[in-house]
Design a binder for this molecule. Structure first.
Ligand code: BGO
Length: 712
């Protein structure tokens, strides 16, 4: 017997269809424990098919007894196949349930019922387009006129768990997909493999019943909670809204495509813009111009207008003045006064001074994302990446990395190919994140106040580092192989929603302030202590402090890079804990939290070339501890984590060395030295790794089945 579950929204025509199918062969009763009517029966024309009529529901959330009955039945693994009855005159609302049914992992056949009514209204839905978009068979039916019903049941009886090995699930936004992939991995064997995606989404939504049913370990619960929190931060929405919006976005695309007439396919304004911004020749120059404007607005102009006030007046005069007055009034001990003024106010104040620039940057990036431009760039990048055998999917983590490296590394989960995933994890943090933005703003403001190209150059340098190191890593024996397929929808352009964009900017600013109040705060206290005392714990000048001794013992490492000064060496090291700490460290060590004061102090100690080299080093070197932790989690291997850190820091060192040494000769007219030759040798070595022929791939790690595709 093949058991088919009939399910649909109330009034979709399910009862009519069931009656037509089973006639008098029906059994009527109640579902156990509830007063919900249960009807089942054998199909008149094929006695090997058993039809189970499930209650009419709108969603698989167990808020009503009907929804709970339907859900328990489907997840209880009773049905071989689902026949989803959909009211064709109300397609979008009905498809909301369809997406959830597909996610149960039971093969679904869609009966596009009330097709007669649709036709009468002069409308049409393409069953083939709908079927293609949803990845399930679709049959037009009319339970009243009787057409299509037998065919739908016949197909449903053939589309069973036994016959369908691979389900095509509705594809959502990459960032959401990354979170789901991670939850599925955490769930492991705690749920049946077939319905893992259903459970992952329900857990993401915070479905209490699923949580209770699954009996997950505390570790699993905590990990899932972390993923939900990070995803909520990325989307700046609560988890439930994310799921609802993702479903409706998917449905909107599907319905639009299925309801469109071929004559509708004329060029819209959106298409015309796309022709320009995704043009093979113009796409990259347009992207460069757009990103230049974004950085110009946030770092050089609009952002700085506020920063000047926040830095010079608020954190330069007002806050230190108020704090000083308060401390004088309280007559606190000298050491405490020094900790608060020279440590916390100087350190945290220097970091918070950049808040306006961060806010403007994220509002700009939010606008680009909201209007749909960033999707186009992912599309363009895919074309470029693919030419070098890289996966276009790497671009999504890269985009996210402009906010923070941690969710970016997490988003690499969307890449099925293990090797491409590793490459993406190792390289995505080359992009300037919000914390690195402060170093960029500090250096650009102090050393290159009139040069609008320095700040955006870091974005493109990060991008170039990703592409070039991707090419080089792809040619190695352990990371080579096929690129993951990348399919993406290009949503139509629309005007930015002011509230979405502002919310995005505020959320980023808020999380930045939270970090300043927690991790940066603790680090400034530590740096203040180490820079105020010597080994015998006596209060001393900064130059005689523990930090000075530590810094001096490692400063030589950075000599060939131009910043062999111990303060810069210490700043580069503290940046490992959190990149904002680089600025905080300078604030403490130079006893000044205002941007002008700090800029003056830095100008006295470093040349513009050395400062740029320092900036590049911090851009490319190993990311902060939180991101390193994410690398460890995603690589799930200590050796690979260490390899990533060594690779990133090594590359940062080599690139900074080349910039400084070539700069000395080409810009400052210095004589060629031994270090220039070393830089030249390193340039050739990098060139070799990028240009050489790919190594033979170790086939044991990669298999076409794991990719779910066969290379043409
Ligand atoms: C009434 N075509 C048309 N035209 N109508 C259909 C079709 C179809 O394919 N399928 C169902 N209907 P249910 P659920 C009614 O009852 O099977 C009609 O909740 C009426 N009733 O006839 O009950 C069907 O089980 C008075 O209509 O749905 C029914 O999913 C006037 O859709 C309604 C007009 O079908 C719901 C219609 C007293």
């Amino acid at each position: 017997m093949t058991e088919i579950a009939l399910i649909g929204n109330p009034n979709s025509g399910k009862t009519s269809l069931f009656n037509l199918l089973t006639g008098t062969n029906q059994r009527v009763g109640n579902w156990p424990g509830v007063t919900v009517e249960r009807k089942s029966g054998t199909v008149k024309k094929d006695k090997t098919i058993q039809a189970q009529d499930l209650p009419g529901i709108y969603s698989m959330s167990p808020y009503t007894p009907e929804e709970k009955v339907a859900r328990d039945y489907l997840l209880g693994n009773h049905a071989d196949s689902i026949l989803n009855v959909v009211d064709a005159t109300n397609l979008e609302r009905n498809l909301y349930l369809t997406t959830q049914l597909i996610e149960t992992g039971i093969p679904v056949t869609l009966a596009l019922n009330m097709s007669d009514v649709l036709k009468q209204a002069g409308k049409s839905i393409s069953t083939s387009k709908l079927s293609y978009q949803l990845g399930i068979p679709v049959v037009a039916t009319s339970a009243v006129k009787g057409f299509g019903v037998d065919k739908a049941v016949k197909i449903a009886a053939q589309t069973t768990k036994e016959s369908v090995s691979q389900i095509q699930y509705p594809l959502y936004d990459d960032k959401f997909e990354a979170a789901l992939a991670e939850i599925i991995e955490i769930l492991g064997n705690s749920v049946p493999q077939r319905s893992a995606r259903f459970y992952a989404i329900k857990l993401f939504e915070g479905d209490v019943l699923v949580e209770e049913d699954l009996n997950l370990s505390d570790f699993q619960k905590a990990e899932i909670k972390d993923i939900i929190t990070i995803t909520e931060e990325i989307f700046t929405e609560d988890a439930e809204s994310i799921v609802i919006n993702q479903r409706y976005d998917f449905i909107e695309r599907v319905a639009k495509m299925a309801q469109s007439q071929d004559s509708d396919f004329k060029l819209t304004l959106s298409d015309k813009i796309d022709r320009l911004v995704t043009n093979r020749i113009l796409a990259m120059p347009i992207f460069a111009l757009v990103m230049f404007l974004v950085y110009f607005l946030s770092i050089q102009t609009v952002g700085t207008m506020w920063t000047d006030w926040v830095n010079e007046v608020l954190f330069g005069e007002l806050v230190p003045g108020w704090v000083q007055a308060g401390l004088d009034y309280l007559q606190v001990a000298d050491w405490l006064e020094s900790l608060i003024i020279d440590g916390i106010v100087a350190g945290v104040g220097a970091v918070l001074g950049f808040l306006p620039q961060i806010f403007v940057l994220f509002v700009c990036l939010g606008i680009l994302e909201d209007i749909g431009y960033m999707s186009r760039i992912a599309f363009v990048m895919d074309r470029i990446f693919r030419r070098f055998g890289l996966s276009g999917k790497s671009f999504i983590p890269m985009l996210i990395a402009t906010g923070c490296g941690v969710p970016a590394i997490m988003a690499s989960r969307t890449i099925e190919n293990e090797r491409d995933r590793r490459i993406t994890i190792m390289t995505s943090t080359f992009m300037p994140c919000s914390a690195k933005l402060e170093i960029i703003a500090l250096i650009a403001g102090a050393f290159f106040p009139d040069n609008p190209f320095v700040a955006p150059s870091t974005y493109f340098l990060g991008l170039l580092a990703i592409v070039l190191s991707g090419i080089a890593l792809k040619k190695t024996r352990v990371l080579g192989g096929y690129a993951s397929p990348f399919i993406m929808e290009l949503p139509s352009y629309h005007l930015p929603k002011i509230m979405t964009v502002l919310r995005y900017g505020f959320t980023k600013a808020l999380s930045f302030m939270k970090r300043a109040g927690t991790i940066i705060f603790s680090l400034t206290v530590m740096i203040w202590f180490l820079s105020s005392y010597n080994m015998s714990f006596e209060a001393v000048e900064t130059d005689q402090s523990i930090l000075a001794s530590l810094g001096q013992s490692v400063a030589w490492i950075f000599q060939p890079l131009g910043f062999g000064n111990w303060k810069a060496a210490v700043a580069a090291f503290t940046g490992l804990a959190a990149k904002e700490t680089v600025v905080a460290t300078f604030g403490i060590l130079y006893h000044d939290s205002s941007q002008t004061g700090l800029a003056q102090a830095l100008l006295g100690d470093y040349s513009a070339l050395a400062a740029y080299s320092f900036l590049v080093f911090n851009l490319l070197c190993a990311p902060c501890f939180a991101a390193i932790g994410a690398i460890k989690r995603e690589m799930n291997d200590l050796k690979w984590t260490l390899a990533a850190i060594v690779f990133q820091t090594g590359l940062a060192y080599v690139v900074s060395l080349m910039i400084y040494q070539f700069g000395l000769v080409l810009l400052y007219g210095q004589q060629v030295s031994l270090w220039t030759l070393v830089a030249l040798a390193l340039l050739f070595t990098l060139g070799y790794f990028i240009m050489r022929k790919p190594r033979q791939v170790e086939e044991d790690v990669i298999s076409l089945e794991t990719l779910g595709m066969v290379q043409e």
